[in-house]
Design a protein around this ligand. Structure first.
Ligand SMILES: Nc1ncnc2c1ncn2[C@@H]1O[C@H](COP(=O)(O)OP(=O)(O)O)[C@@H](O)[C@H]1O
Ligand SMILES: [Mg+2]
Length: 372
Protein backbone atom coordinates (compact mmCIF):
# COMPACT_ATOMS: atom_id res chain seq x y z
CA UNK A 1 0.00 0.00 0.00
CA UNK A 2 1.35 3.37 -0.93
CA UNK A 3 -0.03 6.87 -0.78
CA UNK A 4 -0.36 8.45 -4.20
CA UNK A 5 -2.23 11.67 -3.32
CA UNK A 6 -2.75 13.63 -0.15
CA UNK A 7 -4.94 16.60 0.73
CA UNK A 8 -4.49 18.32 4.06
CA UNK A 9 -6.79 20.86 5.68
CA UNK A 10 -6.02 22.68 8.91
CA UNK A 11 -3.34 20.40 10.33
CA UNK A 12 -1.07 22.57 12.50
CA UNK A 13 0.38 25.26 10.24
CA UNK A 14 -0.82 23.55 7.04
CA UNK A 15 -4.00 25.36 6.04
CA UNK A 16 -4.56 23.76 2.65
CA UNK A 17 -1.97 21.54 1.11
CA UNK A 18 -2.39 19.25 -1.85
CA UNK A 19 0.27 16.74 -2.88
CA UNK A 20 -0.11 14.84 -6.13
CA UNK A 21 1.81 12.05 -7.76
CA UNK A 22 3.61 10.90 -4.63
CA UNK A 23 6.45 8.50 -5.23
CA UNK A 24 8.09 5.62 -3.44
CA UNK A 25 10.61 7.91 -1.80
CA UNK A 26 9.49 11.41 -0.88
CA UNK A 27 11.77 13.93 0.75
CA UNK A 28 10.32 16.93 2.59
CA UNK A 29 12.90 19.60 3.17
CA UNK A 30 12.71 23.07 4.63
CA UNK A 31 13.68 25.29 7.53
CA UNK A 32 12.79 24.53 11.12
CA UNK A 33 9.18 25.42 11.77
CA UNK A 34 8.19 25.30 8.08
CA UNK A 35 5.74 22.39 8.48
CA UNK A 36 7.66 19.19 7.57
CA UNK A 37 6.70 17.25 10.69
CA UNK A 38 3.14 18.49 10.21
CA UNK A 39 3.04 16.75 6.80
CA UNK A 40 4.12 13.49 8.48
CA UNK A 41 1.56 14.15 11.19
CA UNK A 42 -1.12 14.49 8.48
CA UNK A 43 -0.16 11.19 6.87
CA UNK A 44 -0.28 9.56 10.29
CA UNK A 45 -3.72 11.03 10.85
CA UNK A 46 -4.83 9.47 7.57
CA UNK A 47 -3.64 5.99 8.62
CA UNK A 48 -4.33 6.01 12.37
CA UNK A 49 -6.83 8.84 12.94
CA UNK A 50 -4.58 10.27 15.65
CA UNK A 51 -1.33 12.14 16.22
CA UNK A 52 1.94 10.22 16.15
CA UNK A 53 3.25 12.12 19.13
CA UNK A 54 0.57 10.76 21.37
CA UNK A 55 -0.48 14.35 21.98
CA UNK A 56 -4.10 15.39 22.05
CA UNK A 57 -5.88 16.02 18.79
CA UNK A 58 -6.34 19.67 19.76
CA UNK A 59 -2.64 20.27 19.25
CA UNK A 60 -2.92 18.89 15.72
CA UNK A 61 -5.85 21.05 14.61
CA UNK A 62 -4.71 24.44 13.31
CA UNK A 63 -5.28 27.28 15.81
CA UNK A 64 -8.58 29.09 15.20
CA UNK A 65 -10.04 26.11 13.29
CA UNK A 66 -12.80 23.79 14.50
CA UNK A 67 -11.53 20.65 12.79
CA UNK A 68 -8.90 19.18 10.53
CA UNK A 69 -9.30 16.88 7.57
CA UNK A 70 -6.97 14.67 5.59
CA UNK A 71 -7.86 12.86 2.43
CA UNK A 72 -5.64 10.43 0.57
CA UNK A 73 -5.54 7.83 -2.12
CA UNK A 74 -3.73 4.58 -1.44
CA UNK A 75 -3.01 1.87 -3.95
CA UNK A 76 -4.24 -1.46 -2.70
CA UNK A 77 -2.79 -4.82 -3.72
CA UNK A 78 -6.11 -6.66 -3.57
CA UNK A 79 -7.63 -4.47 -6.27
CA UNK A 80 -7.09 -5.40 -9.92
CA UNK A 81 -4.19 -3.50 -11.43
CA UNK A 82 -6.52 -1.24 -13.44
CA UNK A 83 -8.52 -0.35 -10.34
CA UNK A 84 -5.34 -0.06 -8.27
CA UNK A 85 -4.31 2.77 -10.59
CA UNK A 86 -7.27 4.69 -9.26
CA UNK A 87 -6.58 3.66 -5.68
CA UNK A 88 -8.61 3.43 -2.52
CA UNK A 89 -9.78 6.75 -1.08
CA UNK A 90 -9.33 7.29 2.65
CA UNK A 91 -10.52 10.28 4.65
CA UNK A 92 -10.27 11.30 8.29
CA UNK A 93 -11.78 14.30 10.05
CA UNK A 94 -11.18 15.22 13.67
CA UNK A 95 -12.71 18.07 15.60
CA UNK A 96 -11.93 19.86 18.85
CA UNK A 97 -14.54 17.84 20.73
CA UNK A 98 -12.44 14.76 19.98
CA UNK A 99 -14.95 13.35 17.51
CA UNK A 100 -13.62 11.35 14.62
CA UNK A 101 -15.05 10.57 11.24
CA UNK A 102 -13.34 7.93 9.13
CA UNK A 103 -14.19 7.06 5.57
CA UNK A 104 -12.85 4.23 3.48
CA UNK A 105 -13.90 4.27 -0.14
CA UNK A 106 -16.58 6.83 0.66
CA UNK A 107 -18.18 4.72 3.41
CA UNK A 108 -18.02 5.53 7.10
CA UNK A 109 -16.15 2.95 9.17
CA UNK A 110 -16.42 2.73 12.95
CA UNK A 111 -13.03 1.48 14.06
CA UNK A 112 -9.53 2.72 13.42
CA UNK A 113 -8.56 -0.89 12.68
CA UNK A 114 -10.75 -0.82 9.56
CA UNK A 115 -8.76 2.20 8.42
CA UNK A 116 -5.30 1.08 9.53
CA UNK A 117 -5.51 -2.24 7.70
CA UNK A 118 -5.49 -0.36 4.39
CA UNK A 119 -2.56 1.88 5.14
CA UNK A 120 0.07 0.38 7.45
CA UNK A 121 2.44 2.99 8.81
CA UNK A 122 5.78 2.79 10.57
CA UNK A 123 7.06 5.88 12.30
CA UNK A 124 10.64 6.78 13.17
CA UNK A 125 10.86 10.09 15.04
CA UNK A 126 12.90 11.36 17.98
CA UNK A 127 10.20 9.93 20.30
CA UNK A 128 10.47 6.45 18.77
CA UNK A 129 13.93 6.10 20.22
CA UNK A 130 12.42 5.73 23.70
CA UNK A 131 11.05 2.33 22.71
CA UNK A 132 13.68 0.40 24.69
CA UNK A 133 13.68 2.60 27.79
CA UNK A 134 9.96 3.35 27.81
CA UNK A 135 6.99 1.41 29.13
CA UNK A 136 6.19 -2.17 28.08
CA UNK A 137 2.95 -0.77 26.62
CA UNK A 138 4.86 0.85 23.76
CA UNK A 139 6.68 -2.41 23.02
CA UNK A 140 3.40 -4.34 23.08
CA UNK A 141 1.99 -1.81 20.65
CA UNK A 142 5.04 -2.33 18.46
CA UNK A 143 4.56 -6.11 18.53
CA UNK A 144 0.81 -5.94 17.96
CA UNK A 145 1.24 -3.68 14.95
CA UNK A 146 3.08 -6.53 13.27
CA UNK A 147 0.68 -9.24 14.39
CA UNK A 148 -2.31 -7.16 13.28
CA UNK A 149 -0.95 -6.59 9.79
CA UNK A 150 0.12 -10.15 9.07
CA UNK A 151 -2.58 -12.09 10.93
CA UNK A 152 -6.03 -10.69 10.38
CA UNK A 153 -7.68 -13.03 12.91
CA UNK A 154 -5.68 -11.37 15.68
CA UNK A 155 -7.86 -8.28 15.92
CA UNK A 156 -11.05 -10.18 16.75
CA UNK A 157 -9.35 -12.00 19.64
CA UNK A 158 -7.65 -8.82 20.79
CA UNK A 159 -10.99 -6.97 20.94
CA UNK A 160 -12.55 -9.91 22.74
CA UNK A 161 -9.73 -9.96 25.29
CA UNK A 162 -10.03 -6.19 25.92
CA UNK A 163 -13.71 -6.55 26.59
CA UNK A 164 -13.21 -9.54 28.93
CA UNK A 165 -10.47 -7.98 30.99
CA UNK A 166 -12.44 -4.77 31.40
CA UNK A 167 -15.49 -6.69 32.64
CA UNK A 168 -13.44 -9.01 34.84
CA UNK A 169 -11.59 -6.11 36.47
CA UNK A 170 -14.87 -4.30 37.01
CA UNK A 171 -16.22 -7.33 38.85
CA UNK A 172 -13.02 -7.74 40.86
CA UNK A 173 -13.16 -4.12 41.93
CA UNK A 174 -16.77 -4.45 42.96
CA UNK A 175 -16.00 -7.37 45.31
CA UNK A 176 -18.63 -9.76 46.67
CA UNK A 177 -18.66 -11.71 43.42
CA UNK A 178 -20.56 -14.87 42.79
CA UNK A 179 -18.05 -17.50 41.66
CA UNK A 180 -20.16 -18.30 38.61
CA UNK A 181 -20.21 -14.71 37.48
CA UNK A 182 -16.44 -14.39 37.57
CA UNK A 183 -15.96 -17.81 35.96
CA UNK A 184 -17.79 -16.69 32.80
CA UNK A 185 -15.38 -13.85 32.22
CA UNK A 186 -12.37 -15.89 33.26
CA UNK A 187 -13.23 -18.55 30.69
CA UNK A 188 -13.51 -16.04 27.84
CA UNK A 189 -10.42 -14.24 29.05
CA UNK A 190 -8.48 -17.50 28.99
CA UNK A 191 -9.58 -18.38 25.48
CA UNK A 192 -8.91 -14.99 23.93
CA UNK A 193 -5.72 -14.51 25.97
CA UNK A 194 -4.32 -17.81 24.73
CA UNK A 195 -5.24 -16.99 21.15
CA UNK A 196 -3.57 -13.56 21.29
CA UNK A 197 -0.45 -15.05 22.84
CA UNK A 198 -0.22 -17.79 20.21
CA UNK A 199 -0.42 -15.16 17.44
CA UNK A 200 2.14 -12.98 19.16
CA UNK A 201 4.55 -15.89 19.66
CA UNK A 202 4.26 -17.05 16.07
CA UNK A 203 4.94 -13.52 14.83
CA UNK A 204 7.82 -13.02 17.21
CA UNK A 205 9.44 -16.24 15.95
CA UNK A 206 9.52 -15.00 12.37
CA UNK A 207 10.44 -11.44 13.30
CA UNK A 208 13.55 -12.34 15.31
CA UNK A 209 15.71 -13.66 12.45
CA UNK A 210 14.83 -10.60 10.32
CA UNK A 211 15.83 -8.33 13.15
CA UNK A 212 19.15 -10.16 13.58
CA UNK A 213 19.91 -9.98 9.86
CA UNK A 214 19.16 -6.24 9.77
CA UNK A 215 21.23 -5.55 12.88
CA UNK A 216 24.15 -7.45 11.36
CA UNK A 217 24.15 -4.79 8.63
CA UNK A 218 23.31 -1.78 10.80
CA UNK A 219 25.60 -2.50 13.74
CA UNK A 220 27.81 -5.53 13.05
CA UNK A 221 29.65 -5.10 16.33
CA UNK A 222 26.49 -5.71 18.39
CA UNK A 223 26.55 -9.46 17.87
CA UNK A 224 25.35 -10.25 21.39
CA UNK A 225 21.89 -8.72 20.88
CA UNK A 226 18.93 -10.88 21.65
CA UNK A 227 15.16 -10.41 21.63
CA UNK A 228 13.04 -12.13 24.25
CA UNK A 229 9.29 -12.43 24.32
CA UNK A 230 7.52 -12.31 27.66
CA UNK A 231 3.97 -13.56 27.39
CA UNK A 232 2.72 -11.92 30.59
CA UNK A 233 2.69 -14.87 32.96
CA UNK A 234 5.04 -17.64 34.19
CA UNK A 235 6.05 -19.56 31.09
CA UNK A 236 5.99 -22.86 33.01
CA UNK A 237 2.25 -22.46 33.56
CA UNK A 238 -0.75 -22.64 31.28
CA UNK A 239 -2.81 -19.44 31.27
CA UNK A 240 -5.56 -21.23 33.21
CA UNK A 241 -3.08 -22.27 35.90
CA UNK A 242 -1.54 -18.81 36.08
CA UNK A 243 -4.95 -17.21 36.53
CA UNK A 244 -5.82 -19.73 39.18
CA UNK A 245 -2.66 -19.09 41.14
CA UNK A 246 -3.21 -15.34 41.03
CA UNK A 247 -6.95 -15.58 41.81
CA UNK A 248 -6.55 -14.60 45.46
CA UNK A 249 -4.38 -11.59 44.63
CA UNK A 250 -6.79 -10.60 41.85
CA UNK A 251 -9.67 -10.58 44.32
CA UNK A 252 -7.75 -8.81 46.99
CA UNK A 253 -6.38 -6.06 44.79
CA UNK A 254 -9.27 -5.80 42.38
CA UNK A 255 -7.59 -6.43 39.04
CA UNK A 256 -6.24 -9.20 36.83
CA UNK A 257 -2.54 -9.65 37.48
CA UNK A 258 -1.48 -12.04 34.74
CA UNK A 259 -2.05 -12.25 31.02
CA UNK A 260 -1.22 -10.78 27.62
CA UNK A 261 -1.88 -7.29 29.01
CA UNK A 262 1.50 -7.74 30.73
CA UNK A 263 3.42 -9.03 27.70
CA UNK A 264 6.69 -7.42 26.69
CA UNK A 265 9.57 -7.68 24.29
CA UNK A 266 12.89 -7.48 26.04
CA UNK A 267 15.95 -6.47 24.11
CA UNK A 268 19.04 -7.95 25.75
CA UNK A 269 22.69 -7.30 25.13
CA UNK A 270 25.14 -9.82 26.53
CA UNK A 271 22.39 -11.00 28.84
CA UNK A 272 21.68 -7.48 30.21
CA UNK A 273 18.80 -5.18 29.27
CA UNK A 274 19.89 -3.19 26.20
CA UNK A 275 18.17 -0.14 27.69
CA UNK A 276 20.73 -0.14 30.50
CA UNK A 277 23.77 -1.30 28.56
CA UNK A 278 23.78 0.27 25.11
CA UNK A 279 24.69 3.86 24.38
CA UNK A 280 21.89 6.15 23.22
CA UNK A 281 23.26 5.99 19.67
CA UNK A 282 23.29 2.20 19.73
CA UNK A 283 19.75 2.15 21.12
CA UNK A 284 18.61 4.29 18.20
CA UNK A 285 20.05 1.72 15.79
CA UNK A 286 18.26 -1.09 17.60
CA UNK A 287 14.97 0.81 17.32
CA UNK A 288 15.57 1.37 13.59
CA UNK A 289 16.36 -2.34 13.27
CA UNK A 290 13.12 -3.30 15.02
CA UNK A 291 11.05 -1.05 12.79
CA UNK A 292 12.78 -2.07 9.58
CA UNK A 293 12.39 -5.75 10.47
CA UNK A 294 8.61 -5.34 10.71
CA UNK A 295 8.32 -3.65 7.33
CA UNK A 296 10.51 -6.24 5.71
CA UNK A 297 8.56 -9.11 7.23
CA UNK A 298 5.28 -7.62 6.12
CA UNK A 299 6.31 -7.50 2.47
CA UNK A 300 7.95 -10.92 2.65
CA UNK A 301 4.76 -12.59 3.82
CA UNK A 302 2.86 -10.97 0.97
CA UNK A 303 0.75 -8.61 3.08
CA UNK A 304 1.75 -5.57 1.05
CA UNK A 305 4.24 -2.94 1.98
CA UNK A 306 4.09 -0.34 4.69
CA UNK A 307 4.82 3.37 4.52
CA UNK A 308 7.63 4.79 6.65
CA UNK A 309 7.36 8.26 8.16
CA UNK A 310 10.84 9.32 9.16
CA UNK A 311 11.43 12.61 10.88
CA UNK A 312 14.80 14.26 10.61
CA UNK A 313 16.96 11.14 10.45
CA UNK A 314 20.22 13.03 9.76
CA UNK A 315 19.96 14.84 13.07
CA UNK A 316 19.37 11.55 14.94
CA UNK A 317 22.04 9.35 13.38
CA UNK A 318 25.54 9.99 12.08
CA UNK A 319 26.18 9.99 8.34
CA UNK A 320 27.37 6.40 8.16
CA UNK A 321 24.36 5.02 10.01
CA UNK A 322 21.90 7.26 8.17
CA UNK A 323 23.34 5.78 4.99
CA UNK A 324 22.86 2.23 6.25
CA UNK A 325 19.25 2.87 7.31
CA UNK A 326 18.49 4.50 3.95
CA UNK A 327 20.10 1.62 2.05
CA UNK A 328 17.92 -0.86 3.95
CA UNK A 329 14.81 1.23 3.32
CA UNK A 330 15.66 1.49 -0.37
CA UNK A 331 16.07 -2.28 -0.61
CA UNK A 332 12.64 -2.93 0.92
CA UNK A 333 10.29 -1.46 -1.68
CA UNK A 334 8.45 0.32 1.12
CA UNK A 335 7.19 3.84 0.56
CA UNK A 336 9.10 6.47 2.49
CA UNK A 337 8.39 10.04 3.59
CA UNK A 338 11.49 11.51 5.09
CA UNK A 339 12.21 15.03 6.35
CA UNK A 340 15.39 17.07 6.57
CA UNK A 341 16.43 20.72 6.63
CA UNK A 342 18.59 20.85 3.49
CA UNK A 343 17.75 18.53 0.65
CA UNK A 344 21.43 17.55 0.47
CA UNK A 345 21.07 16.02 3.95
CA UNK A 346 19.10 13.15 2.42
CA UNK A 347 20.63 13.24 -1.06
CA UNK A 348 24.00 12.55 0.52
CA UNK A 349 22.84 9.46 2.39
CA UNK A 350 20.28 7.91 0.02
CA UNK A 351 21.55 5.24 -2.42
CA UNK A 352 22.02 6.83 -5.84
CA UNK A 353 20.10 4.19 -7.73
CA UNK A 354 16.75 5.27 -6.30
CA UNK A 355 15.01 8.37 -7.51
CA UNK A 356 13.85 10.86 -4.89
CA UNK A 357 10.75 13.02 -5.17
CA UNK A 358 11.62 16.31 -3.51
CA UNK A 359 9.17 18.66 -1.80
CA UNK A 360 10.11 22.02 -0.44
CA UNK A 361 8.18 23.07 2.66
CA UNK A 362 8.00 26.76 3.50
CA UNK A 363 5.63 28.63 5.83
CA UNK A 364 3.04 25.85 5.68
CA UNK A 365 3.12 25.53 1.88
CA UNK A 366 4.54 22.51 0.06
CA UNK A 367 5.96 22.76 -3.46
CA UNK A 368 7.39 19.99 -5.59
CA UNK A 369 11.02 20.79 -6.13
CA UNK A 370 12.75 20.08 -9.36
CA UNK A 371 16.33 20.88 -10.22
CA UNK A 372 15.44 21.48 -13.86
N1 LIG B 1 -2.10 23.79 16.22
C1 LIG B 1 -1.32 24.59 15.49
N2 LIG B 1 -1.85 25.55 14.70
C2 LIG B 1 -1.08 26.33 13.94
N3 LIG B 1 0.27 26.24 13.89
C3 LIG B 1 0.85 25.30 14.64
C4 LIG B 1 0.10 24.44 15.49
N4 LIG B 1 0.95 23.61 16.11
C5 LIG B 1 2.19 23.95 15.70
N5 LIG B 1 2.14 24.97 14.81
C6 LIG B 1 3.26 25.60 14.10
O1 LIG B 1 3.50 24.85 12.94
C7 LIG B 1 4.80 25.13 12.50
C8 LIG B 1 5.39 23.91 11.84
O2 LIG B 1 5.75 22.95 12.77
P1 LIG B 1 6.51 21.64 12.32
O3 LIG B 1 5.70 20.92 11.30
O4 LIG B 1 6.85 20.90 13.55
O5 LIG B 1 7.82 22.24 11.63
P2 LIG B 1 9.12 21.52 11.08
O6 LIG B 1 8.95 20.05 11.28
O7 LIG B 1 9.23 21.90 9.65
O8 LIG B 1 10.25 22.06 11.88
C9 LIG B 1 5.56 25.63 13.70
O9 LIG B 1 5.93 26.96 13.45
C10 LIG B 1 4.57 25.57 14.83
O10 LIG B 1 4.68 26.64 15.69
MG1 LIG C 1 10.06 18.84 12.49
Amino acid sequence: MALSRLKINHVRNLQQVSLEDLQQVNVLFGRNGSGKTSVLESIHLLGMARSFRGSSIKSVIAHQEADCTVFGMVTHPSLSSAAAGAGLPLGVQRNRAGEVQIKVSGKTVRTVARLAEHFPLQVITADSFDLLTGSPGARRQYLDWGVFHVEHRFFYQWQRFQKCIKQRNKLLRRGKIADRELAVWTRDLTESGKAITAYRKAYFEVLTPRFSAIMARLAPSLTALELRFRQGWDKQLSYEAALQSSAAADLEQGYTHVGPQRADIRVMYNGHPAAETLSRGQQKLVVCGLKLAQGQLMSEVGKGTCTYLIDDLPSELDQQHSQLVCALLASMEAQVFITCVQRQDIESVWPETKELAMFHVEHGAVQRYSQL
